[in-house]
Design a protein around this ligand. Structure first.
Ligand code: COI
Length: 363
């Protein structure tokens, strides 16, 4: 990277990280990647110590939420080096989200090269344990200071990294999900297909209520029909009904185009499964459950990878799935995707990019 300035920290945060109790997104590594946008262009990037930023009270993002983000992971590869999984898909999705909230697009090369350089600086933070990884959080937000409702003319793009274990405390154990008919996460014509703060803010109240009732998360329904399923707040959702793998289509208008979602669909087709991207109602799911045909359900996402659902509760009716055990199809997706990510399995689709750490450190 040509103009990259690197300022290294003098005090490492490493000793403050409890690698035996990582949880998700609680600890951060030493450095952050930063680029500012002003006068119509992104400037020179820098890597600097992770730490607080001065923000004026009139910062437009605090008021109007002009902000987007991505979720990615870096894995220690069994073959040596560090693996990234389909990073250009995240770069493209970041720009789709950017367009949705009027943030200037970020050059794909800047996005991926910045991440590579940051990993080279902080690779020692990547956990060794299988299943653990360094979560990467690229994000961009308006840095203008004003109160009129308009797009900012200044922005910041950053990447921070966090050593993580499982997203859910349950890990791969099936979770209980509440089907919420009352609260809506996103609506066609809105921002549901973008990875922007508003969608997550919209999911918080319903998620908090569900947690109080003993659920791990909420399954949101599509706003107009209140029947078609949409997403679990932080993941896409998949069902296996009578041998058919079904997930809501991106054309539903409020579905995030998940990287794990796409990988599962590609793998499913590759294995010869019947794969359908189609709208599916909670009525169809309940009917399939009654008929004993609802074999599996699972969430897909970068943070959680595959998160099996052990039970849905809809209008007080319980649908227990596969005796609250992970099903064979979810297990096979989990094993295959993580096997590819950790460099243990062949990568027939060319999804993995390896960063050669030794070479770069001595360079
Ligand atoms: C991810 O799966 O990476 C996400 O972005 C979901 C969540 C942690 C917000």
């Amino acid at each position: 990277m040509e103009y990259l300035k690197i300022i290294r920290t003098e005090v490492s945060r490493k000793s403050g990280i409890d690698y035996s109790n990582l949880g998700f997104g609680k600890f951060f590594s030493d450095h952050q990647f930063v680029v500012d946008y002003d006068n119509g262009a992104w400037g020179d990037p820098r890597i600097e110590p992770y730490g607080p930023m001065a923000i004026e009270p009139a910062n437009c993002t605090l008021h109007y939420g002009q902000t987007i983000f991505e979720g990615m992971k870096a894995y220690r590869s069994a073959k040596g080096g560090v693996n990234l999984f389909r990073p250009s898909m995240n770069a493209k999705r970041m720009n789709n989200s950017a367009r949705a909230v009027c943030i200037p697009e970020i050059d794909e090369e800047l996005f991926v090269d910045g991440i590579r350089e940051l990993i080279r600086v902080d690779h020692s933070f990547i956990p060794n344990e299988r299943g653990h990884s360094l979560y990467l959080r690229p994000f961009a937000f308006g840095t203008g200071n004003f109160l009129g409702v308009t797009a900012s003319s200044q922005y910041r793009f950053m990447v921070i990294t966090s050593p993580v274990a499982s997203y859910y405390a349950e890990g791969l154990n099936p979770v209980r999900i509440k089907v919420d008919e009352e609260h809506i996460r996103a609506v066609r014509g809105g921002l549901g297909q973008a990875k922007t703060a508003a969608n997550y803010a919209a999911s918080l109240y319903a998620g908090m209520q569900a947690k109080k009732e003993g659920f791990a998360q909420v399954l949101f329904l599509e706003a107009v029909t209140r029947n078609f399923v949409d997403e679990i707040g932080a993941m896409n959702i998949m069902f296996v009904i009578d041998g058919e793998l079904i997930t809501p289509p991106l054309t539903q208008g409020s579905i995030l185009p998940g990287v794990t979602r796409d990988s599962v669909l590609q793998l499913g087709r590759h294995w010869g499964l019947k794969v359908s991207e189609r709208s599916i109602g909670i009525d169809e799911i309940a009917e399939a459950h009654r008929a004993g045909k609802l074999q599996e359900a699972f969430g897909t996402g970068t943070a959680a990878v595959i998160s099996p659902v052990g039970e849905f509760v809809h209008r007080g009716d319980s649908m227990v799935i596969n005796n609250r055990q992970i099903g064979p199809i979810a297990q096979k997706f989990y094993d295959t995707i993580t096997g590819i990510q950790y460099g243990e399995l062949d990568d027939p689709f060319g999804w993995v990019e390896t960063i050669d750490i030794e070479e770069s450190v001595s360079a």
